[in-house]
Each structure stands twice: as C-alpha cells, then as structure tokens.
Write a protein that binds this ligand. Structure first.
Ligand code: TXA
Ligand code: MG
Length: 330
C-alpha cells in the first residue's frame, strides 16, 4: 500500500530518498499529479510502465529542478531552448530535444529524443532538488483513465502499486503541460497546454501534427459514462434533453443545471473548466451517471488544450477515434 504523506519538508525528504532507492513516488505538479521514478534507473522506470499499464512506445517526460538539468539529458540543444526555458520554466511547458546517449531505452520509449520539463510547483521542485536526480514522471493515473488532479485520484488508480503519494492539494491548472518539439530550432506543438501557441509566438500548432507525438495516438481518457460536448451556451438544454430520455445525466457548465440533472461542476471559463474537467469525469463515473454533458469553451488560448482533452474524453477526436479500440483500458 502507498504511504500517503502531507507534502511537508520531512515528507519531501522521505520521498526523495525513496526515489533515489528506485522507488515510485506520486507528487503534485501545477498541471496534474505525476508518478515519478529516477529517470536513469531502468528497473524503476519499467515499474512505472507496469503499474500504469502504459504502452512501452509512449515515452515519459523527464522532470528536472532547473534549466541546467537539461544539459545532462539533451544533445544539440538549439538556441530557442534558452529563451523558452527562461520565459516558461518553472512551468507547464515540456521541451522535446535530441537525447544524449546513456538514458535507458525504457525512459525514452526507444526514441533518440527526450522530453524535459521543470515543473512550476513548490513541492515538485523541492522533491527534485532533494532527490538530486532527474525524475521520469508520466501522469499518475492508470493508462486510459483521466489524469489525477488530487492525491485521492492517484490513490483511486494506484494505491496498491506505488510507494509514496505526496499530497499537495488540488492542482492549479488541471490539464497536462504543453509538449513542444524544438529539435528543428522552431517550436512545434505536439500537445496543447496552458502555454499557448500565442505564448510561443505561433498562430497555430507550428505545423505540429498531433498524431506524431507518441502519446497522442492513444485515447487517454475513457470514462465509463458517455461524455457529450454541448455547444457554448447550450449545456443545460442538451442535458435536459438527455434527462428527458430517462438517463442519469450530469452537467459541467457555467449555467445552473435544470431540474433532474446533477450539477457536477460550474466552471465559469476555460481555466476553471481545465481545473475541474478530470475530476468531473471521475465523479460522473463514481456517481453512476449514464452521461456527462460538458459545455464547450472557445477553442483558443487555454481553451484549445481544454477542448483537446474534452474531445478525447468524448471519443470525438478524429486523431484518436480509431485508436480507442486498439487500447485496453484497465
Ligand atoms: O503536465 C505534464 O506534462 C504531466 C506532469 C506530471 O508533468 N505529465 C504528463 O506525462 O502528462 P504523460 O506521460 O502523461 O504525457 C507525456 C506526453 C505524452 O504524450 C508523450 O508521448 C509525450 O509527452 N512525449 C514524451 N517524450 C516524448 C518525445 N521524446 N517525443 C515526443 N513526445 C514525447
Ligand atoms: Mg498521461
């Protein structure tokens, strides 16, 4: 059973020792909780894949305490990295660079590149500094489940499979980091996140083909209840229509739920929806709802990332539609 520790300095020191001894530690970041293992400890990283049920060809993000930590991991790092690191680290930005030889194959998914990020959360940074080693950490959910935004979500998926869970409260952003390939010298977005195209000086994804990122092939979020995306302003109407068919319906929308519909969350804007979306998917499932109606937000800024995750949850994403049947969701 995992030890659940409130993230105070003693707990962080204990968790760092567990990481150095090749144990698994779930910890909060500003995006979602991560499931950490020492990135150079192949057996520990292999255990991360095993406990998550993660496909071996989907590489992990390596977390470091500061931009200097990138130097040991990346090779031929282009000049743009210095600028992006200075502007966005610590923060929700992951940079894909060429990998320096020597990282275990299991960590990089057999690729010659590596994804690196400095997380913007005091507990994550304290843990990385105390551990003194780079930490490979995917989101701390079972593969096919929504990413965890609280320690309780981590325990629901992995309680009997990890050594320590550091509880740092709910995460601030709730959507995973922006993944950007910088190997060509110009940023290409592989996964949208809180660092937006505009933040990166791009009009769109920078030519990014979301299908090219190993992880985006898989349908990540597969709640047991149906997820319906309602147009902006139409959440209550869509939910009422489904409820009238006798289904148990929940609503996530800025407006009030109509009679007979469960209000699962009431986010007022895209940032608020990002914070509550994954928790709402889990709540809809555990509450036994047949359907969860989520009102869309405008597909720009942070809304692009939130809508990307919402479409995946609804199974209505063109890029992942066919993949949903290829992935076993434990
Ligand atoms: O916010 C986050 O990024 C969270 C927290 C814990 O840091 N982590 C996270 O990890 O979301 P994960 O494993 O759930 O997603 C990592 C994504 C996947 O889509 C993976 O395919 C991609 O990053 N990735 C990792 N290494 C890559 C590489 N070398 N090239 C392209 N994509 C890569
Ligand atoms: Mg994940």
């Amino acid at each position: 059973m995992a030890r659940l520790l409130t993230a105070d300095p003693d707990a962080v020191a204990e968790a760092a020792a567990v990481l150095r001894a090749s144990g698994l530690v779930a910890f909060p970041t500003e995006t979602v909780y991560g499931l950490g293992a020492a990135a150079r400890a192949a057996a520990a990283v292999a255990r991360v894949f095993a406990v998550k049920g993660r496909p071996a060809d989907n590489p992990l993000i390596v977390h470091v305490a500061d931009a200097a930590g990138l130097a040991d991991l990346g090779a031929d790092v282009p000049p743009v990295v210095r600028d992006l690191a200075a502007r966005f680290w610590p923060g929700p930005l992951t940079l894909v660079v060429r990998a320096r030889p020597g990282l275990p194959r299991v960590t990089t998914g057999g690729l010659d590149s590596v994804a690196v990020r400095v997380p913007g959360h005091p507990v994550a940074l304290a843990l990385l500094r105390a551990a003194g080693v780079p930490v490979a950490a995917p989101s701390a959910n079972r593969s096919g489940r929504p990413s965890p935004t609280t320690a309780a979500h981590v325990l629901a998926d992995l309680a009997d499979r990890v050594d320590v869970v550091l509880d740092g409260g709910p995460t601030a952003i709730g959507v995973e980091s922006t993944v950007v390939d910088v190997r060509s010298g110009a940023p290409v977005i592989l996964r949208p996140g809180a660092v937006t195209p505009a933040d990166l000086g791009l009009a769109g994804l920078g030519g990014g083909d979301l299908a090219a990122s190993p992880g985006t092939r898989y349908r990540h979020y597969a709640p047991a209840c149906a997820v319906e995306i309602a147009p902006v302003g139409a959440g209550a109407r869509v939910a009422a229509g489904l409820a009238a068919q006798g289904r148990a319906v929940g609503l996530v929308a800025p407006g009030r739920a109509p009679e007979g519909v469960v209000q699962v969350a009431r986010p007022g804007d895209a940032a608020a929806l990002g914070r509550v979306l994954y928790g709402a998917l889990r709540a809809a499932e555990s509450g036994g709802l047949d359907a969860l109606v989520v009102e869309a937000v405008d597909d720009r800024g942070l809304g692009t990332a939130v809508m990307d995750r919402l479409r995946r949850a609804a199974g209505s994403d063109k890029r992942t539609k066919n993949a949903r049947f290829d992935v076993e969701c434990p």
